[in-house]
Design a protein around this ligand. Structure first.
Ligand SMILES: [Zn+2]
Length: 327
C-alpha cells in the first residue's frame, strides 16, 4: 500500500541539524536534537511505503522556548528560504522529487521505484511579505499555505485566538484567486470562518477532532464539515497530547482511531475525508508518538485500526484524489 502523509517537517529537521539521509539507527547515535528521539528519515519513509508527503516550510517564531525564532517578516522569510534550499538539495541528490501538479503526483505514484514525492506546504504565512509575493512562492513550488501557527501577521492561531487580519483577508483572497489551497490546521475558529467565507480550497493537513481533545488546535465538527463541503481532506496527527486529553505520552493507536471513527462514522464527514497527517517529526520524538509506533516505519500498523474497506483510502487514496483534483 502506498501511503500519503499530509504533514512532515522534513526541512525544519534538517535545519535543526538532523541528516535525514542517514538510517534512523545512525541518526539516533549522532542526533544533535536533545530530548526528542528521532523517528523519521528517508529510509523510514521508504520502509513505510510513503509515496508522497506534504513537506513544510515552517518558520519558527521567537518565544521563551525558541530564542532563535524570528521576530519579523525578514527573519521568517530567511527560515523558509533556507528550508526551500534544503528540499532543492535533497532533490538534486535524488532523495526526493518536488511535485507541482496533480498530473505529476499521478505519474509519481505510478512509478514503483520513485524517490519520496514532496508537495510543499507553508506552515504559518509570516515568510510571505504580502499577497503580492504569492507568485514568488508558487514559482518555488508552494501549493498549500496555512496562514497561522501561533498568531501570525495574517491570522489568529493555536493558543492565540483571533480573526483574519486585514492582511490575512487580502492573502486568503489572493490564495483563492491563484488556486493556492488553504491549510486550516492551526487556524483559530474566528480566522477559520473568515477564511471559509472568502472561499479558497481548504484542507486540514494535521488536525484531530475537538470532540475528543478540547482546544482551538483541533477541529470542531462544524469546521470538519466545512472542509469536507469544500472538497477537502483531514490528516490525523500522531501526537499523544492531540490524541488523548491530558496524555503527554502513551496515547494508543485505538485512541487515534477514535478520532478517525468520529470524523468518519458520527455523521461528520465520512471515510473519504480522513487521511494521514502524522507530523511525526514535528517538534516531538518517539516519546510522544502512539504506543507501538516508535519510528516512522511502524506507522502503517495504525492502518489495522481502520476498517479494511476504507484502509487504502485513509492510507493514501483520499489525499491522492484531492491532489489529483486540485493541485
Ligand atoms: Zn503544526
Amino acid at each position: 500500500m502506498r501511503l500519503i502523509d499530509g504533514h512532515l517537517d522534513l526541512a525544519y529537521n534538517a535545519v535543526s541539524g538532523r541528516d535525514l539521509t542517514l538510517t534512523l539507527e545512525v541518526l539516533r547515535r549522532v542526533d544533535p536534537v536533545e530530548g526528542q528521539t528521532a523517528t523519521t528519515t528517508f529510509t523510514e519513509l521508504r520502509a513505510a511505503g510513503v509515496g508522497v508527503c506534504f513537506g513544510t516550510l515552517f518558520a519558527l517564531p521567537r518565544t521563551p522556548d525558541s530564542p532563535q525564532g524570528y521576530t519579523d517578516h525578514a527573519g521568517a522569510r530567511a527560515q523558509a528560504l533556507a528550508q526551500l534550499d534544503v528540499y532543492r538539495r535533497w532533490e538534486d541528490g535524488g532523495f526526493l522529487r518536488l511535485l507541482r501538479s496533480g498530473a505529476e503526483v499521478n505519474a509519481h505514484m505510478a512509478q514503483a521505484d520513485a524517490p519520496l514525492g514532496v508537495v510543499l506546504l507553508m506552515e504559518g504565512a509570516d515568510p510571505v511579505r504580502d499577497e503580492g509575493e504569492l507568485p514568488f512562492w508558487v514559482d518555488a513550488g508552494v501549493r498549500i499555505i496555512g496562514p497561522a501557527w501561533g498568531a501570525t501577521a495574517y491570522a489568529g492561531g493555536t493558543g492565540a485566538p483571533g480573526p483574519l487580519t486585514d492582511a490575512g483577508k487580502a492573502l486568503v483572497t489572493a490564495m483563492r484567486d491563484l488556486g493556492i489551497a488553504l491549510d486550516a490546521s492551526h487556524l483559530d475558529d474566528a480566522a477559520f470562518w473568515d477564511a471559509a467565507e472568502i472561499g479558497p480550497r481548504m484542507i486540514a493537513s494535521h488536525s484531530n477532532s475537538r470532540t475528543l481533545v478540547p482546544g482551538n488546535r483541533h477541529l470542531s465538527d462544524e469546521m470538519a464539515c466545512a472542509i469536507a463541503e469544500r472538497g477537502g481532506v483531514i490528516g490525523l496527527v500522531f501526537l499523544s497530547s492531540f490524541i488523548k486529553q491530558g496524555a503527554e505520552t502513551g496515547a494508543t493507536q485505538g485512541d487515534l482511531a477514535a478520532h478517525a471513527r468520529h470524523y468518519a462514522e458520527a455523521e461528520v464527514v465520512g471515510w473519504d475525508r480522513v487521511a494521514l497527517g502524522s507530523d511525526m517529526d514535528g517538534g516531538f520524538g518517539s516519546e510522544k508518538t502512539p504506543v507501538g509506533i516508535g519510528r516512522y516505519s511502524e506507522l502503517p500498523r495504525f492502518l489495522d485500526e481502520v476498517p479494511e474497506e476504507h484502509r487504502a483510502a485513509v492510507a493514501g487514496g483520499n489525499w491522492l484524489r484531492w491532489l489529483t483534483a486540485y493541485l
